[in-house]
Design a protein around this ligand. Structure first.
Ligand code: 5RP
Length: 292
């Protein structure tokens, strides 16, 4: 029991100062509950409002992708440079050090492999397990225009409901099928549907024409996927343009872990995303860190 003797009288009420409540810095996320905002703060740097997510979840449908054959060897050394790790619960439990205290975004949908129709996914993670693993968010693929569009949207809305119950943000990942055109019109449609149906933030692909209309019409933050491996300078230009045109960061995989110098690349990407470094300068930084 606390000792009542010698307690100081309370007196410092700062009567002439209005109570300060800092606005939550992330676009469209002001009304989320404290736990949800706290989790998002483990993904988006509260100072820059941006994130560099390192995406290594490709194995959930592709198996041991090039660069991810030995995640302990190639990815764990990159973790100090990432704001967030996006992975499956299998990789998290088997290979990721539990001393990693930044945000973890867990892959929460899956089912078909690259040998099958990819849009036929189901929810592949219970919210209880995401909480047990101290995840900062869960990610679900949404196939707008795909053969199993309704099923994939339903996967997301089920996760959004469970996430709201426990304070877990849902990342809606707009997946582009081979037959669909990757243009701003499509991205506006797909990202807006994810946001309208409750995703806390949305991942999509950068499009070189009209991307600012995609970010403008999506009421929650957008991060871009890196997509297939590009020359390093091109990937840095893409990240730069995306952020300048309203993206809140990147969720980049192959353009980092398939780079000739992954540690140099992720550091260059960080400068572009958090500090607005010009791509040419970031490329020089990449070259010098890579020892070229
Ligand atoms: C798979 C994903 C990946 O996480 C995503 O594609 C990011 O990786 P990359 O930058 O290699 O495209 O969501 O569906």
């Amino acid at each position: 029991m606390a000792d009542k003797e010698g307690q100081l009288d309370t007196h410092d009420y700062h009567l002439h100062r209005a109570q300060v409540a800092e606005p939550f810095p992330l676009k469209g996320c002001q009304s989320l509950d404290w736990g949800m905002q706290n989790r998002l703060s483990r993904i988006f740097d509260p100072k820059s409002g941006k994130t560099v997510m390192l995406a290594v979840d490709h194995g959930y449908f592709m198996g041991p992708t090039s660069g991810l054959e030995r995640i302990d060897v190639t990815i764990n050394p990159l973790l100090p440079h990432a704001d967030t790790l996006m992975c499956t619960r299998g990789i998290l439990r088997s290979l990721t050090p539990s001393t990693f205290t930044k945000g973890v975004v867990l892959r929460a949908s899956g089912g078909p492999s690259i040998l099958k129709e990819l849009s036929d996914e189901r929810i592949a993670l219970d919210m209880e397990d995401a909480l047990r693993l101290n995840a900062a968010a869960v990610a679900v693929q949404v196939f707008i225009g795909g053969e199993f569009e309704t099923q994939s949207v339903h996967n997301m809305t089920r996760l959004v409901d469970a996430g709201l119950r426990y304070g877990m943000p849902v990342l809606g990942v707009t997946a582009v099928g081979k037959q669909l055109t990757r243009d701003a019109k499509y991205m506006r449609l797909a990202t807006r549907i994810c946001a309208e149906l409750g995703a806390a933030y949305v991942k999509t692909y950068y499009v070189s024409e009209g991307f600012e209309t995609v970010t403008a019409s999506c009421p929650v933050p957008i991060v871009i996927a890196g997509g297939k491996k590009l020359p390093e300078l091109d990937a840095l230009v893409m990240a730069y343009r995306a952020v300048q045109e309203g993206a809140s960061g990147v969720d980049m995989g192959r353009n980092i872990f398939q780079s000739q110098a992954p540690a140099a690349m992720i550091q260059a990407v960080r400068h572009v995303v958090h500090e607005g470094m010009q791509p040419g300068e970031a490329y020089e930084l990449f070259r010098s860190l890579a020892g070229k």
